[in-house]
Design a protein around this ligand. Sequence first.
Ligand SMILES: [Zn+2]
Ligand SMILES: [Zn+2]
Length: 359
Amino acid sequence: MKAARFYGANEPLKIEDVPQPQPGPGEVLLAVKAAGLCGTDLHIAVEGTILTATRPITLGHEAAGVVAEAGTGVTNWKAGDRAAAFPNIACGECYACASGREALCLKSRILGVQADGAFAEYLLVPARTLVRLPDSIPFEVGAILTDAVSTAYHAVACRGNVLPSEAVVVIGCGGVGHHGVLWAKQRGAAPIIAVDVSAGARRRAREAGADHALDPAEADVAKSVRALTGGAGADCALEFVGRADTVTTAMKCLKRGGRAVVVGVGPERVALPPLQAFVGSELALVTSLGFHRVDLEKIIGLVAAGEVDVSHSVTEIVSLEQINEALQRLAERKGDPVRVVVRVGEWSPQASATKATRA
Ligand SMILES: [Zn+2]
Ligand SMILES: [Zn+2]
């Protein structure tokens, strides 16, 4: 089968023929139809800031496709079933897995980082990682649900517990943060205040339902948030950047009793407010790591029910052979992409990107 293999940072991925894996007991072979290209792939393949467990390895952790073959003992999947793959091969046995929190698994392996991933004609996964994809959700949308959309959902719904009519600030509205705005809107938050240095990201945040969009280079974000919330501040501030100063800004935006949710990851040390303010205003600072399998199930249900429309988030669809050019454009942020999806095999995507890329 064909696969895009990673040999080393700054080397193009090699599209090569590799043996097609065979499903063992409890495993399923998924014929990949669509696989999302993500910042993580960029960190691995271009920047070299994330190391893979082995080299060469097939990259890609955002997969949707059709079951090709089920191994022995698999009773709930059969050839032809449509599915999206939870990208984290969790052990299923540790205390985190036992409580349904696979993102915190002690022995997890991420597709395309610790195990061969989705930029290939076939993907081998344990059956328990698959989630059913209804016919109404196109493969290219199914693929992006398995990371950027779910990570944002977990932050907004599970960790932020955003409720209707709450004032929400979203700091950093790129790939994940953009969907943070969408989920805040879906949950009825108001007002939603988006913050991003990029004019394109601010425009898209407004389209996704943000009531206001601030450029932190132009405005004092905390002051503006207070002005836009009748002087009170935000109930919840979501941070998708991963820098100390943006976490500080998130905390400064909060009203008394408010909560900041940090999703962004980086090397900097975070400073808490003085305890008089932190405790005295009963502020909360929580973090949000990825998402659990149950989040993906819920999201697929919400998308199928028309609760959110993420089809416009697929801004480009490329073939497996075009993956290196797409990675390069993603690295240069050419055309301000939200999500780029790799189409595997011949089939017709339905998301809005098809209109753009085929025009
Ligand atoms: Zn991803
Ligand atoms: Zn586990």
